[in-house]
Design a protein around this ligand. Structure first.
Ligand code: C2E
Ligand code: MG
Ligand code: MG
Ligand code: MG
Length: 283
């Protein structure tokens, strides 16, 4: 089953259906006030360039802490927000916050912001992104947006126009969770992607399953031939990093480098990282 389609919805159709529905309504109600009540925040996970041996950017990931429900995973609440018509407001908030925060960093590193398929279908993304860049002062070249393959299911002229509009601003576009959804090679020609993010499921299987390694190699070769960068997601062990390096992957992200960091931990991380480079990753 596709990850994009199953996210959140999996619990809805689970055997614990009644629990799922109750929880969903509860989340939806709570989510309506989450921004106003300042319950949302953004955390930042470093992305390491293997050639340069340094961190070149961060992925922005939304967090929601509710006083009673506690920490709710975005894997759960983003789907609720999409169904409840709340994702545009949340997505816009994450975008603006991420640009503002990145504009303050001591180094000109990039920030990657996830966009929901609903946002791509319903919002004027070039206008939205241009406004976020202008208000924050972040140069377009430092912003990347991540979309999943589910966006391409609605492959229309409008979708294409949205992505080309972003491209024209000078914003980069990454295809997230590559290989888990509707993986057609045809759209790689039509859409202006700058980066493929190889899903964690392939990374995990790399050193256990020779087939996974062949697939990862093929993805990297294809991306490289199409002049796209490749980033491996969810890298947790030095063995995984070594295998990815050997296959020619250019960027990695995962707990091995660092978990997603609260905003105030970004500069201390960068200072530590500058001192030790990749030496402390065991490779
Ligand atoms: P994603 O965009 O593929 O983000 C990667 C997820 O993997 C993040 O989960 C991250 O915390 C987690 N991760 C990173 N390194 C590792 C690792 O080494 N091992 C493991 N096991 N996990 C790792 P998170 O933050 O819970 O987000 C889950 C998903 O929710 C994201 O997947 C993305 O699809 C969605 N999401 C998160 N923030 C946003 C947002 O601001 N907007 C939208 N539309 N979606 C978001
Ligand atoms: Mg992502
Ligand atoms: Mg991903
Ligand atoms: Mg993923």
């Amino acid at each position: 089953a596709s990850k994009a389609g199953g996210r959140g919805r999996a619990s809805f159709y689970s055997p614990h259906m009644s629990t799922g529905v109750v929880r969903r309504l509860q989340l939806e109600r709570a989510l309506r006030n989450a921004i106003a009540l300042r319950q949302l925040s953004v955390v930042f996970q470093p992305q390491l360039d293997l050639d340069e041996g340094r961190v070149v950017g961060f992925e922005a990931l939304v967090r929601w802490r509710h006083p009673d429900l506690g920490q709710v995973s975005p894997a759960e609440f983003i789907a609720v927000a999409e169904d409840a018509g709340l994702i545009n407001e949340i997505g816009e908030w994450v975008l603006v916050q991420s640009c503002r925060i990145a504009a303050q960093w001591s180094r000109p590193l990039s920030v990657a912001v996830n966009l929901s398929a609903v946002q791509v279908m319903t919002q004027d993304l070039p206008a939205l992104v241009e406004r976020a860049l202008r208000q924050s002062g972040l140069p377009a070249a430092r912003l990347e947006v991540e979309i999943t393959e589910s966006v391409l299911l609605n492959e229309t002229e409008a979708t294409l126009a949205q992505l080309h509009g972003l491209n024209r601003l000078g914003v980069r576009i990454a295809l997230d969770d590559f290989g888990t959804g509707y993986s057609s090679m045809a759209y790689l020609r039509r859409f202006p992607f700058d980066k493929l993010k190889i899903d964690r499921c392939f990374v995990q299987a790399l050193n256990r399953d020779p087939q996974a390694r062949v697939i990862v190699r093929a993805i990297i070769d294809m991306a490289t031939g199409l002049r796209m960068a490749t980033l491996a997601e969810g890298v947790e062990t030095p063995d995984e990093l070594e295998a990815l390096r050997a296959e020619g992957c250019t960027l990695v992200q995962g707990y091995l480098v660092a978990p997603p960091l609260p905003v105030e931990q970004v500069e201390p991380f960068l200072a530590r990282h500058a001192a030790s480079g990749v030496a402390d990753l065991g490779v």
